[in-house]
Design a protein around this ligand. Structure first.
Ligand code: BES
Ligand code: MN
Ligand code: MN
Length: 455
């Protein structure tokens, strides 16, 4: 479409400047200190939706951070695409590892460095710009509803209710999301699945107070030592998870599916080198792509207790803590896995400590169809702008609301992500390639075009 190309090239610089402005707003949803900034970011997104050509846009308050919603209805008889994204970001720490300010975006070597550059401000903003391109050139081939939330990084706890309360308003034919990654610009790919999540916190208590580690050491169980032992026992020598029943509902891929998955271009040595590890690790019997895309996992996200200040303090601590998450695959549910974890963790605790296990937010796994009209529209869009067939892959991350789109609204999702695995999302020096940003803006209108065409 020449009109799209022209509009894009004429507005290229502004498209980038506007994204940089959005990245300057520290919309960290996890930290209440940023509540005002999160609200300010919601307003900015709403303004952008109006400027892009929406008929209406609003900031919808929730019990937590607001949801921004806008729509442009061209014809009630045309199909409707519901775009989902999030404007909230992860905390920036550890701050000292950033080479430039997390909320002072800079462009180096063709990459935008800032918290949220890829996850998900950069990616969701492509949709606002793509909408602008279509609206301003009077070429929007379908109706667009767009919902950008502010609590994805903290578990989307208020979005489920929003879906329940707004079923009519959110009526659509497909959900389109750019919040995942692709293999590379040379090997475009489309994720056809996301893992679920069960996130637990454990507290292990030993003696009723911190003790002198010399006076009492050797005579009283140290809760940190005990916690480490308990955690270590959660994987066996083959790196299988030892929680009874954990794999009960996990189904293996068919040989054909495994073959297809492992056909994706992937270099194990490059992967390890890029991460600075000599060797990868994982469940015996599965490849790295299978381990991240199709197998459940258990990881400690944080562990603390005792003295962690400067210098040395001799102490036998009273308490030890850990945050432990499990990534889930189809047919596992976060509720069932949380319950299993709790029961098992309590059972393996020796009598010399007490344990308390609590569950944080969870999310359900999803597999999106790769033979649908919508998937084919995404495939054709990629073929058009990349000149290559996209490879279907399975993503390792989680977007809990995707399962609810299906459950509450009866809608399937297409995960049209343009991030790269090494974009450092959730890490210091998060980045998004300017080329990926522009490519996304270029590709998205084609999705709408092909999706609007009859099956
Ligand atoms: N965009 C990510 C999820 C993602 C990243 C999926 C890369 C596939 C590839 C999302 O913002 C995220 O970080 N989700 C969290 C879960 C949430 C409940 C905090 C996650 O996966 O840890
Ligand atoms: Mn995200
Ligand atoms: Mn994220």
């Amino acid at each position: 479409m020449q009109a799209w190309k022209d509009y894009q090239s004429q507005n290229k610089d502004r498209f980038l400047e506007e994204l940089l402005d959005l990245l300057r707003i520290p919309s960290v949803s996890a930290d209440s200190k940023y509540k005002g900034d999160v609200a300010r970011c919601a307003e900015a997104v709403k303004e952008h939706l109006m400027k892009a050509g929406c008929d209406s846009a609003e900031v919808c308050p929730t019990a937590g951070h607001p949801i921004v919603y806008g729509e442009k209805i061209v014809d009630a008889n045309l199909p409707t695409v519901l775009v989902y994204g999030h404007y909230d970001v992860q905390p920036a720490d550890p701050l000292n590892l950033w080479t430039s300010g997390p909320f002072e975006p800079v462009i180096k070597d063709g990459k935008i460095f800032a918290r949220g550059a890829c996850d998900d401000k950069g990616q969701m903003f492509m949709h606002i710009k793509a909408l602008e391109v279509m609206a301003k050139t009077n070429t929007l081939p379908c109706n667009v509803k767009i919902m950008i939330e502010g609590e994805e990084e903290v578990g989307s706890s208020n979005l489920g209710k929003f879906l329940e309360d707004n079923k009519q308003k959110l009526k659509a034919d497909i959900v389109l999301v750019s919040d995942t990654s692709m293999i590379s610009m040379e090997h475009p790919s489309i994720e056809s699945g996301l893992r679920g999540l069960a996130y637990m916190e454990v507290e292990v208590t030993g003696p009723n107070r911190d003790l002198h580690s010399g006076v009492y050491g050797g005579a009283v169980a140290n809760p940190i030592n005990i916690l480490c032992k308990m955690i270590a026992s959660l994987h066996d020598e083959n790196n299988h998870i030892t929680i009874p029943g954990f794999y009960n509902n996990v189904t293996d891929l068919t040989e054909a599916e495994r073959k297809a998955l492992n056909n994706a271009p992937f270099d194990l040595k490059e992967y390890a080198d890029e991460l600075g590890v000599k060797e990868t690790w994982g469940e015996k019997g599965y490849t790295t792509l299978e381990r991240t895309g199709t197998r459940p996992t258990l990881d400690v996200n944080g562990i603390w207790g005792g003295y962690i200040g400067e210098g040395a303090k001799t102490v036998l601590p009273s308490k030890a803590f850990a945050k432990i998450s499990m990534r889930l695959v189809p047919n596992q549910t976060s509720q069932e896995i949380s319950d299993m974890f709790k029961a098992h963790f309590e059972k393996i605790a020796p009598d010399n400590v007490q344990v308390k296990v609590t569950a944080h937010h969870g999310g359900e796994p999803v597999v999106t169809p790769t033979n649908s009209h919508a998937y084919k529209a995404a495939e054709k869009a990629i073929q058009t702008t990349f000149g290559k067939d996209p490879i279907p892959t399975r993503g390792g991350g989680s977007i809990p609301i995707i399962a609810l789109f299906e459950k509450t609204l009866g809608l399937k999702t297409v995960l049209l992500g343009f991030g790269l695995d090494n974009d450092n999302i959730h890490s210091p020096n998060e980045k998004y390639d300017v080329a990926n940003y522009y490519k996304g803006i270029e590709t998205i209108p084609y999705f709408h075009k092909f999706f609007a065409e009859k099956e």
